[in-house]
Design a protein around this ligand. Structure first.
Ligand SMILES: *Cc1c(COP(=O)(O)O)cnc(C)c1O
Length: 494
């Protein structure tokens, strides 16, 4: 399978798309077509474990990679997830399910793909005969950074550097990153918000001069953000897996449609759901849930994407984003895969902060997606209510999604079809302990570890090892820089 750029005429192998991360003209790589998973194949997946299901889905795209080696890497990676199942589906009540994607090494859904990306990158370099070392750069709103650091730590021939917004991550997220061990890792705080970090990293990628300077030192740049297809494709797998679990447990019949509600920031997770649908998975609607930074809600309602607005820091920091990078891939599909139109829109976004789609395009978006947002109070109420009623504790991001999903189901027109709703849970409640404790009990406690203890007492939910162990680890990274100095940090590191 080849991959093409969203803004131009590039056409490259899967390995090259993964290693380069971004197309030369700043566009994103997308598959040349959507491979189909037939109903027979889907039936065959019912008896598989998560690694096998993921192997099947990923191999459809990365078919030049050795399938055996991929499967073995997947088995090793997912066997380390706590509890034995990498993506368990929990039934809340008739027709509402939670897909838990937080049982990996860093307790957020980013692990689902970032445990696989190192394999795709390393084998990709082998396939391409690349001699240089690789420098992976990542901008993070909190969770990608830690998951990328864990995924790549001590990987041979690869260094990883993470930039996070100084004031934009939870204290647990910061502790997780700044205590990261490993010979080949670096963590840098940036003055600004996530969008500043992401733009800073994209600028480094886009600069000939930066590329030349890193190359001089023997390094090629690659990306661990969801702009890299090596992140996106492994995420498609859990939508298939959730569907199989629904069929296996007789909650639905094979072929029945389901809706997915996804707490959305950079649009990577929900885009993977859209890819799953294009591959033939019976999906009804995709529910795009945002917090107060509701640029996507407005876009899906009006067809105008406008990032010129106030930025809010919320209790769901991984969704505090105004420029959702992966939306470019959807825009590309929407325009009938027109690279010129996509390029023009992205140019308008970077020059004026906005762009629009046509009313026909908006119409077709609306048949696939429903978008809404939830404020802080409603998120808190939702977490409290579901805990009180079902004994189910959830994190703040999942709270946003469930609250939007519940409102969607209430607001539905009488004749609209009713499909089971799978809400994607993207983080462990222990990753955002202050806000989760506040939601559950009304107590505003500062100390993260005290919160963790109280949540544990209240919910009896096991505290993940990855969270417990952070407490006594030394802080290894303390540097803070302005966006203008990010590349200096790169040069210091390599
Ligand atoms: C990254 C993240 C999100 C947003 O996912 P996108 O793919 O960026 O839309 C939501 N919740 C959590 C906990 C995350 O870490």
């Amino acid at each position: 399978m080849y991959f093409i750029g969203t803004r131009g005429s590039e056409r490259v192998s899967g390995a090259e798309a993964v290693v380069r991360g971004l197309a030369g003209d700043g566009g994103l790589f997308v598959p040349e077509f959507f491979p189909v998973i037939s109903q027979e194949e889907l039936e065959g997946m019912l008896g598989m474990d998560y690694a096998e299901r993921a192997g099947l889905v990923i191999s459809k795209y990365f078919d030049e990679y050795d399938g055996e080696a991929l499967l073995s890497a997947l088995k090793t990676a997912y066997s380390r997830f706590e509890g034995g199942d990498a993506a368990p589906l929990v039934r809340l009540d008739e027709g509402t399910y939670i897909l838990e994607l937080f049982h990996g090494p860093t307790c957020a859904f980013k692990d689902m793909a970032l445990v696989v990306l190192p394999h795709l990158l390393r084998k990709g370099c082998e396939l391409l005969g690349i001699q240089e070392n690789i420098l992976v750069l990542a901008a993070t709103s909190g969770d990608t950074g830690k998951a990328a650091l864990e995924g790549f730590k001590n990987a041979e021939g690869i260094k990883i550097q993470v930039f996070y917004p100084n004031e934009g991550v939870s204290s647990m997220q910061r502790m997780q990153m700044c205590t990261q061990e490993g010979e080949n890792v670096s963590v840098v705080a940036v003055k600004g918000n996530f969008d500043d970090c992401q733009t800073g990293v994209k600028n480094i990628f886009g600069s000939e001069e930066c590329r030349a300077k890193t190359k001089e030192r023997g390094y090629l740049l690659s990306s661990a953000n969801s702009i890299n297809v090596g992140r996106l494709i492994p995420q498609v797998a859990y939508y298939f897996s959730a569907y199989c679990d629904l069929v296996s447990s007789d909650q639905i019949a094979m072929g029945d449609k389901v809706d997915f509600a996804v707490p959305t920031g950079n649009f990577g997770n929900i885009l993977a759901a859209y890819y799953a649908k294009r591959m033939g998975l019976p999906v009804g609607r995709l529910i795009c849930a945002s917090n107060k930074n509701n640029v996507l809600t407005d876009f899906f309602r009006t067809g105008n994407y406008d990032s010129r607005r106030s930025f809010y820091r919320t209790m769901s920091p991984s969704m505090d984003i105004l420029v959702s990078s992966n939306l470019e891939r959807l825009i590309f599909e929407l325009s009938g895969r027109n690279a010129q139109v996509t390029a023009a829109r992205m140019k308008s976004l970077s020059e004026t902060g906005k762009y629009s789609v046509t009313s026909e395009e908006l119409q077709s978006l609306r048949t696939e997606f429903y978008a809404d947002f939830t404020g802080e109070d409603d998120t808190v109420d939702c977490i409290y209510e579901y805990f009180t009623e079902y004994g189910y504790p959830m994190d703040t991001h999942t709270g946003v999604a469930l609250s939007v999903a519940a409102r969607y189901q209430e607001k539905r027109e009488p004749l609209d079809p009713v499909y089971p709703m799978v809400v994607v849970s993207t983080a462990s409640p222990y990753k955002f302990p202050q806000d989760v404790l506040y939601a559950l009990s009304g107590n505003d406690v500062k100390d993260s570890f005290k919160c963790i203890k109280r949540i544990n007492l209240l919910t009896a939910m096991k505290v993940p090892e990855a969270i417990k162990s952070v407490r006594y680890k030394p802080i290894l990274f303390k540097t803070t820089v302005s966006t203008a100095k990010m590349f200096d940090e790169v040069l210091k590191f390599i």
